[in-house]
Design a binder for this molecule. Structure first.
Ligand SMILES: [Zn+2]
Length: 375
């Protein structure tokens, strides 16, 4: 049981601090909505964690470790208590990659969410419902801020990040967005906030960004996104433009083939998947994203060399040449296509060398009369 002795003094200072929080942000404050109207002692029973798994309520919840006297307050409005605590995979802590999208307070306990300081493996935390609300009332996020200051005034060490209070849909997994063309970066507390700002005309809304933060898609509409790391969160607070700040964090990205195997930069193609983990993207990541963006390539690029082609989907040049293939009914010509080359000349030289080496000059045409230039 959690007992809250709400004295007149406590309520008055909580109210003032909440008003101050709102006025600093230019938000309207509705005093009539302050959750406790008069001095009283209140008690709350802990919710059984098994029952919490199917708890359909909306409202204010409180995660509290009585022994350490530390707590975290939150509001579930767009989702139910059950979703807020158990979103994601049941075995998230054991089996998910670090950048998974699960955000349930209990089953996932993302370390980007301050609730992770209360929900530790051996801690004696309990979960309480402080106020049940219908989803529409809960949309007004003032209550979360009011309760935060009430609990703080009750001398509980509150772990919430003050900057994250009052954000509908804040799940402790803010995101970093990169505008690929300009290599500029922005920070958003929620995926919904990013979608509203960056993709205002996109019908998919937050759902359009999800595939990128979970690594299923590399880019959309000129942007790529990932979850912010725990270290980044504190520095980015209060900032949306973070191009100047992001360079302070290590640059970590990995590329995988469509089977999920790690691959090196030079064998990337348009099916390769990027896992962007921390810091800014490097030049070669950005170049690859630009070259594989839909509609960004120029199909008019042609080489003066024969059998050398500009790869539309990959910024590079390939060559093709015939090779002999022995079949039961005789010799057939089959085409061989090269890997990518940075210039058409490099591709043409590589082609010429390959044809000479494989003794196929009789069935192929030449760009250099089988006599390569010295360079
Ligand atoms: Zn997970």
């Amino acid at each position: 049981m959690f007992r809250l002795a709400a004295s007149k003094v406590l309520l008055q200072s909580a109210l003032e601090r909440s008003q101050e929080w709102h006025s600093q942000r230019g938000n309207e404050y509705h005093q009539a909505m302050f959750p406790i109207d008069s001095e009283k002692e209140m008690t709350f029973d802990a919710i059984d964690l098994e029952e919490l798994k199917s708890d359909k309520r909306n409202g204010i919840y409180f995660i509290f470790d009585n022994i350490r006297n530390i707590g975290y307050v939150g509001m579930a409005s767009s989702m139910t208590f059950s979703q807020r605590f158990y979103n994601g995979k049941k075995d998230c802590k054991d089996n998910c990659p670090s950048n998974c999208g699960c955000f349930g307070h209990i089953n996932s306990t993302p370390d980007t969410c301050r609730s992770s300081r209360v929900i530790t493996p051996d801690a004696e935390y309990r979960v309480y419902c402080l106020a049940e609300m219908d989803a529409a009332t809960a949309e007004v996020m003032q209550s979360e801020v009011d309760w935060y200051y009430i609990l703080l005034e009750a001398e509980i060490e509150m772990t919430n990040a003050v900057w994250a209070l009052g954000r509908a849909g804040y799940t402790g997994r803010p995101i970093v967005s990169c505008h690929i063309e300009s290599a500029t970066y922005q920070h958003f507390l929620t995926i919904s906030e990013a979608a509203l700002t960056l993709l205002p005309n996109h019908s998919g809304g937050a759902g359009a960004i999800g595939p990128m933060v979970s690594g299923l898609q590399n880019q959309l509409n000129g942007y790529t996104h990932r979850y912010a790391t725990k270290d980044e969160l504190e520095l980015y607070q209060g900032h949306r433009e973070i191009t100047e700040l992001i360079g302070r964090f290590p640059q970590v990205s990995e590329w995988h083939d469509n089977q999920g195997n790690p691959i090196e930069d030079r064998v990337r193609n348009m099916n390769s998947k990027m896992a962007w983990i921390s810091g800014p993207l490097n030049e070669s990541d950005l170049e690859h994203l630009k070259s594989t963006a839909r509609g960004s390539y120029d199909t008019s690029i042609k080489s003066k060399y024969k059998r050398v082609y500009w790869q539309r989907r990959y910024k590079g040049w390939k060559w093709s040449a015939y090779k002999r293939e022995f079949k039961a009914d005789g010799v057939k010509r089959r085409e061989r296509v090269s890997d990518n080359h940075p210039t058409d000349r490099a591709a043409a030289i590589d082609r010429e060398l390959w044809v000479i080496k494989n003794k196929l000059t009789d069935i192929n045409i030449s760009n250099f009369d089988w006599d390569l230039p010295p360079d």
